[in-house]
Design a protein around this ligand. Structure first.
Ligand code: AP5
Length: 215
């Protein structure tokens, strides 16, 4: 069973690459950010608690996110791409305890990118309100303004994609998430993510293939 974890700062392209990987390998794409936003939209108890943290660009408390991820993983029979989780050392250790089996088909991918690129990407990002497809006003524009190419849903800008909030999320990333790169140092695949989407995807596939040959 293939399991891919994608790490990287906000705007590195985790969601973009996770969607392509899920399609290629027929995996379930699990984005903790999307799951939390769905809960916020539906006003669930989790959503009401999570909103106050998301609105500040801070991490939602571990116990809430861990429970949500556990439920989701337990409901799956096949492989998955995990995007946006783990986000700190405690979540990384929790994930290891959930996935006790062999590491052979597990891949930890880190999308390495610069702050300048992150700000440019996130401030131009647009998302389909219906199917969550990801666009960028310059890099990946929709064929028709403000409408999703896939399902014709309306595109929107995330409220946490303002320059001020992006900087806050980057600070949180550096403090909380960056340290887990050391935790995964023996198995992480570093990908230079400043390149266009197709090149990043090719690099990820090459790394996965090389790793499979080594194992
Ligand atoms: P989350 O939704 O996970 O946001 P994030 O990590 O900040 O990442 P993003 O979704 O903003 O970026 P991405 O890397 O997926 O980039 P994308 O592919 O869209 O989390 C949001 C909030 O939820 C958090 O702040 C926190 O409060 C909470 N949360 C979530 N998970 C949590 C957890 N585990 N624990 C606690 N709290 C949690 O791409 C960005 C843009 O760039 C797009 O426009 C895209 O078209 C474009 N683009 C992508 N790749 C390329 C490329 N190669 N070249 C050019 N443009 C590109």
């Amino acid at each position: 069973m293939m399991r891919i974890v994608i790490l990287g700062p906000p705007g590195a392209g985790k969601g973009t690459q996770a969607k392509s990987l899920a399609e290629k390998f027929k995996l379930t794409h699990i984005s903790t950010g999307d799951l939390l936003r769905e809960n916020v939209k539906e006003n669930t108890a989790l959503g009401l608690k999570a909103k106050e943290f998301i609105d500040k660009g801070e991490l939602v408390p571990d116990e809430l996110v861990n429970e949500m991820v556990t439920k989701k993983l337990n409901s799956l029979k096949d492989g998955f791409v995990l995007d946006g989780y783990p986000r700190n050392l405690s979540q990384a250790k929790f994930l290891d305890s959930l996935l006790k089996e062999t590491r052979r088909d597990s891949f930890i991918i880190y999308l390495d990118t610069s702050e300048k690129v992150v700000i440019e990407r996130l401030s131009g990002r647009r998302i389909c309100s219906n199917c969550q497809a990801i666009y960028h006003i310059k890099n990946m524009p929709p064929k028709k303004d403000s409408l999703c190419d896939v399902c014709r849903g309306t595109l929107y800008q995330r409220p946490d994609d303002t320059v001020e909030m992006i900087k806050k999320r980057l600070q949180v990333y550096l403090k909380e998430t960056q340290p887990i790169l050391d935790y995964y140092s023996d198995r992480i695949m570093r990908i230079s993510a400043d390149e266009p989407k197709e090149i990043v995807f090719r690099q990820i596939l090459e790394n996965i293939e090389n790793d499979l040959h080594k194992k």
